[in-house]
Unconditional design. Structure first.
Length: 479
């Protein structure tokens, strides 16, 4: 069996255990360089990539290679700076919009600008508003000083995005260019993007960094067109060191804006200047986005931010309370993290409401007081979940493919998530056992009954199952 065949077979095994997103990000760029009877040599794009692979996937890779080769081959790694140019992912791995803010264009450190590195998910809406200039454009203003790498709370759902952004801030235009961050609103995309800008300026006071929401970019473009000063507009953007654009999906169907950004992108990219964009969707899922832009966004690295688990939300709440100088007990933090949804801004809003209630009424922050303060905000209609919604959420939690839920495979890594999804379909979807069985690969209703009974038993004595169920429930809004 050739080394290429061994690696191809290994990749098939690996793909069964991780999501399509992570597979495309971390395994498509790897190349086989050579090997022998005792080792397999693989090439990866850079040191950051190699460190991530070793920390998160090394046992899985060893096991897959062992199965494919029928030998205990050792792995040797080689770093190649241009590997990503040879193997571009068709889809990629895993970053959240603020919206409504005017552009930041900075060539030097602003007043109060932190020079340290750091990131958080705390939004107090303190971005200052710029004044209109005489030309009708916008004057620069500071980044939100709280949006730094130091303040960013890292969890399983965002650690890849954070690592990629931090790597980009240290290697502008070299490591991952462009960097495309996607994820639902309120998960921290804007925080990460602004953290890149603040770190770049902190490290190099003369760096030319521009932060724009896509709407502000478009409005600026329209203003310059009206004033017939497009050369000024182009010079403003094409002489940058770093261009940060939030909410790129807003340009869907905006042909003129996309055309102008396309040329701006090309100029910056060819000059090895860093481009970072965010969206609420993967590039291929943005309807109305030109194919030539879509393909360029896939040139570099695509990273997503997923919904945070309860532990991450608790850490965010503790960080927020610490920054505000407020003492809040663990029982209040745990309750709030459990009953809130996935949007971090909403989570922080709930905490602000509790703190305000305490200040205005001079009451101690207790669990009872917190529940009373949020009783009207947390009211929700009964949710009617489909089996597919449950399958998607469970698959995401366990980092497996949605298709695995409906397959006939019996891998251990798939069996538990499938059984848990069947249990939730019965417990929270109120579906019949025949309906559940048919939705999971046409299985008999007895299989669904067995799955429900097994999970019921596991929930009594297996902490990890309880933990998984709690996290999936909160992501689905089942409080």
């Amino acid at each position: 069996m050739s080394l290429e065949t061994i690696w191809k077979s290994s990749l098939n095994t690996i793909a069964e255990h991780i999501s399509d997103t992570h597979f495309s990000t971390w395994f498509r760029p790897i190349r086989v360089l050579g090997g022998g009877d005792e080792f397999l040599e693989l090439e990866v794009p850079n040191g950051f990539f190699l460190e991530w692979i070793k920390e998160h996937y090394l046992p899985l890779i060893h096991d897959a290679v062992r199965r494919a080769s029928k030998k205990d081959l050792s792995l040797k790694w080689r770093v190649s700076e241009d590997a990503l140019k040879r193997v571009m992912p068709s889809s990629a791995g895993s970053f959240a919009p603020l919206g409504g803010h005017a552009p930041v264009i900075a060539a030097k450190k602003g007043k109060g600008m932190p020079s340290s590195t750091g990131v958080s998910s705390v939004n107090d809406g303190s971005l200052s508003r710029p004044q209109k200039s005489a030309e009708g454009g916008k004057t620069p203003y500071s980044f939100n000083p709280k949006y730094t790498f130091e303040n960013f709370v890292i969890g399983k759902a965002n650690e890849f995005a954070h690592a990629a952004c931090f790597a980009v801030s240290n290697h502008l235009g070299k490591k991952y260019n462009p960097l495309f961050i996607y994820g639902c609103s309120g998960l921290g995309k804007t925080h990460l993007v602004q953290a890149i800008g603040q770190k770049v300026i902190g490290d190099n006071a003369v760096a030319k960094v521009a932060y724009y929401t896509s709407e502000e970019f478009m409005n600026d473009f329209i203003n310059y067109v009206k004033r017939q000063k497009m050369s000024e507009f182009r010079n403003k953007f094409r002489n940058l060191d770093v261009l940060l654009i939030d909410d790129i999906h807003f340009w869907a169907g905006k042909v003129g804006t996309q055309e102008e950004f396309f040329h701006t992108f090309n100029t910056l990219y060819e000059s090895h200047k860093q481009i970072v964009v965010t969206s609420d969707k993967f590039p291929k899922d943005i309807d109305g986005l030109e194919e030539r832009l879509r393909s360029r966004f896939e040139w570099g690295l695509i990273a997503d931010i997923q919904t945070p688990d309860v532990e991450t939300k608790m850490a965010i709440l503790r960080k927020k309370a610490q920054m505000e100088g407020t003492k809040i007990s663990d029982d209040v933090i745990e309750w709030l993290a459990s009953v809130s949804g996935s949007n971090i801004r909403d989570l922080e809003g709930f905490l602000n409401r509790i703190v305000a209630e305490s200040v205005f009424t001079n009451k101690e922050i207790t669990l009872a007081m917190s529940k009373e303060a949020l009783k009207n905000l947390l009211k929700k209609e009964d949710k009617h979940l489909s089996i597919e919604e449950i399958q998607k959420s469970v698959a995401t939690h366990f980092n497996i493919k949605l298709s695995d839920m409906r397959s006939k495979r019996r891998y251990k890594t798939i069996a538990l998530p499938r059984q848990l999804a069947m249990y939730m379909s019965r417990e929270y979807g109120k579906f019949s056992f025949p309906e559940i069985g048919s939705s999971f690969g046409g299985k008999d209703h007895s299989t669904a009954i067995h799955a429900v009974k097994k999970i019921e038993k596991d929930l009594k004595d297996k902490t990890e199952i309880k933990h998984a169920l709690r996290n999936i429930k909160q992501k689905l809004g089942l409080f």
